[in-house]
Design a binder for this molecule. Structure first.
Ligand SMILES: Nc1ncnc2c1ncn2[C@@H]1O[C@H](COP(=O)(O)OP(=O)(O)OP(=O)(O)O)[C@@H](O)[C@H]1O
Length: 268
């Protein structure tokens, strides 16, 4: 049995478990993909999930957000079994490779706003406050000018930014990102990493991110993984900064990002 248990050097009693996996296994038909994975993500962890192609990273994320069920084992989100979890506004998820038919009718604004609707909120009226949240999220990803465009008419990188804005609109406590910068140019990647690092360090957001960008992972999360299971490696950094901001909104993050861009010419 392969069990991976993350070290909890920085465990502080004030930090709750955000994700708990215990002996999770999954097979596509008869092909085992995930075997006996156990690990925990705590509030304010930034977990980078690394593994070769086909190692099961996307499959693991899809189980965590409840899109597929494990064959055995248990998965909890914020202390609740995923199957009973309802508070999806606390979780932002950006799947891998969102690509749309150019004729797909939704505009970027509609796609971003759809991040606010979950469960019975699906057909609710869009309020002024929702529009403001949408503007902030569009602005954070620097796609204000694309708001009225059809999502299918955007480049891959622009679509990815729209999906990041969609994940950010609820100001989630947990952001789950599946290779978020695939198809995004180097300058934009740099700005994006700057933004998520800021969100991690100052805004109490917990991250689980699949990436093949070892340079970014190692520079922020350290040289060695904290845990391994099969072909999956988990790099972890915990953030607990005394000078955390009271503010947790996107506008604040954006202000800090713009400031850095002006100083260091970081692109978004
Ligand atoms: N719907 C599916 N039906 C059958 N097999 C699948 C399905 N989705 C994925 N697989 C297989 O499961 C394995 C794990 O796939 P997964 O997408 O989770 O890997 P990954 O680590 O995210 O890979 P990559 O780095 O290439 O994105 C692969 O061998 C893949 O071919």
């Amino acid at each position: 049995m392969m069990i991976m248990q993350l070290e909890k050097d920085n465990q502080a009693h004030c930090h709750q478990n955000v994700i708990e996996l215990e002996d999770v296994s999954f097979s596509y038909e008869l092909k085992p993909v995930i075997q006996d994975v156990s690990f925990g993500v705590q509030e304010r962890d930034f977990v980078g999930l690394i593994g070769s192609n086909g190692a099961g990273k996307t499959t693991l994320l899809r189980m965590i957000v409840g899109l597929i069920k494990p064959d055995c084992g248990s998965i909890k989100l914020f202390g609740q079994p995923v199957k009973d979890f309802k508070d999806w506004s606390r979780v932002g998820y950006v799947p891998q490779k969102n690509s749309f038919n150019p004729l797909f009718p939704a505009t970027v604004r509609e796609v971003v706003l759809s991040g606010l609707y979950s469960g019975n909120r699906l057909f609710r009226k869009v309020s002024k406050a929702d529009q403001v949240k949408c503007d902030e999220a569009l602005h954070a990803m620097n796609i204000d000018d694309l708001a009225a465009k059809r999502i299918g008419q955007l480049s891959g990188g622009q679509q990815q930014r729209a999906f990041l804005a969609r994940a950010l609109i609820n100001n989630p406590a947990l952001l789950i990102l599946d290779e978020p910068t695939v198809g995004i140019d180097a300058e934009t990647q740099q700005g994006f990493f700057h933004l998520i690092k800021h969100m991690h360090q100052h805004h109490n957001i917990t991250f689980l991110m699949v990436s093949h960008d070892m340079e970014m992972i190692r520079s922020y999360l350290g040289q060695e993984p904290k845990g391994e299971c099969g072909k999956l490696k988990f790099y972890v950094k915990h953030s607990h900064e005394l000078e955390d901001c009271g503010e947790t909104n996107l506008t604040h993050s954006l202000k800090e990002l713009r400031h850095s861009m002006e100083k260091g010419k970081v692109g978004v």
